[in-house]
Ligand binder design. Structure first.
Ligand code: OAD
Length: 243
């Protein structure tokens, strides 16, 4: 299918970064939401109540992401994009690891933890040098800066979701990688693809609500399954399909 697909939409979640040491959200024991309360850290109300706590939690996660390196799963998807025309990589991750692995065309549905934005003006902004505030202030208006990520109760970036929806509706293969498929509207993209005739393939060591719709269940870790998939599709084919 990878060899012949005209359009491939790939949706990734935190599972693809797990092997890079970035924690997932819902895995028992290791997931962030098993240790922290989303309502206290990842909502506009939480930020209004305790901006310092929220800023510091994201600063910790930003450091984890900075220290992490892309793994073979991220790299295989970058290679896929270079190999197959019409690949659209949609991610719920905010860690920037796809771009660091070499993916050029990444649609970020939940923002990026490396960027900040003004909590009032909603524009991307960085603090002035020497601003030691926690959180620092917007250089434009003086309000608190906040991470440029989507919190519970907030809408997704409009353009990013449009691109994602178009890719899902137009693809013939939808690859869901390392996501529990529990957070909307990202989770609905696979069903949009399915309704429009696409085949679903899922890469995940565990079952998800999407599994029963998937024609191919590649049960395993993204860092192992994706390189194997690339190899099977493009490197073991003397017949010439893709070379
Ligand atoms: P979850 O923590 O909900 O799901 C992670 C998925 O990755 C699970 O299905 C795991 O089985 C799977 N997984 C774990 N290790 C893996 C590996 N090595 N390879 C492949 N899969 C693996 O994370 P997300 O689905 O990303 O939203 O969560 C979606 C959204 O919920 C996040 O973007 C975040 C969170 O609240 C916001 O912050 C808005």
């Amino acid at each position: 299918m990878l060899q012949d697909a005209r359009g491939v939409a790939v949706l990734t979640g935190s599972g693809i970064s797990a092997e890079s040491g970035v924690p997932t959200f819902r895995d028992a024991q290791t997931g962030l939401w098993s240790r922290y309360e989303p309502q206290e850290l990842a909502t506009p109300e939480a930020f209004a109540r305790d901006p310092r706590l929220v800023w510091e939690w994201y600063a910790w996660r930003r450091e984890l992401a900075k220290q992490a390196a892309p793994n073979p799963g991220h790299k295989a998807l970058a290679a896929l994009e270079a190999r197959v025309p019409g690949v659209v990589l949609i991610t719920q991750n905010v860690d920037g690891l796809h771009q660091r692995a070499g993916s050029q065309n990444v649609t970020e549905l939940h923002g990026n933890i490396m960027r900040s934005k003004c909590s009032v003006e909603d524009i991307v902004a960085e603090s002035r040098e020497g601003d030691t505030g926690v959180p620092p202030s917007c250089p434009n208006c003086g309000a608190f800066l906040r991470p440029d990520v989507v919190w519970f109760g907030e809408a997704l970036p409009v353009r990013a979701f449009e691109v994602a929806l178009e890719a899902a509706r137009g693809c013939d293969l939808f690859l869901s990688v390392g996501t529990s498929g529990l957070v909307q509207p990202a989770a609905s993209l696979a069903l949009d693809a399915l309704r429009n005739g696409a085949v679903i393939a899922e890469v995940n060591p565990n079952e998800t609500p999407l599994s029963r719709y998937a024609e191919y269940l590649l049960q395993g870790r993204a860092g192992e399954v994706l390189p194997a998939l690339m190899e099977a599709a493009f490197e073991r084919d003397p017949g010439g399909h893709g070379g």
